[in-house]
Design a binder for this molecule. Structure first.
Ligand SMILES: [Zn+2]
Length: 103
């Protein structure tokens, strides 16, 4: 790699990284396709977390991507770490307000 390429970063990732990214996007597209993604396919790109989806209460999976933490449920709801925290806080507040009202 040339000094200039080192300074700006190599635009072409190594082959293993490129193949991993392609597989990650293929499986994530299945999530976005409104179909129930089989557990085996989810395990290829994500690990189960201890969190539940604020939308449907299914298990949330943490996507194995070092660039930014992302979560998806098996039904396809997707969250960044920031939006997940916001939605979980809103869901908790709704539950507390509903509990206080007796609804
Ligand atoms: Zn969900």
């Amino acid at each position: 790699m040339t000094a200039a390429a080192q300074q700006i970063g190599d635009p072409d990732p190594p082959p293993d990284t490129a193949n991993s990214a392609i597989r990650l996007f293929e499986v994530e597209n299945e999530f976005a396709d409104d179909t129930l993604v089989p557990q085996r396919r989810i395990g290829e790109i994500a690990t189960a977390s201890a969190l539940t989806c604020p939308e449907c209460h299914a298990v949330l999976y943490k996507i194995k991507d070092d660039r930014a933490p992302r979560f998806r449920c098996q039904l396809g709801h997707a969250f960044s770490a920031k939006t997940l925290l916001q939605d979980l806080a809103a869901a908790r507040e709704d539950a507390l307000v509903g509990g206080a009202r007796g609804t």
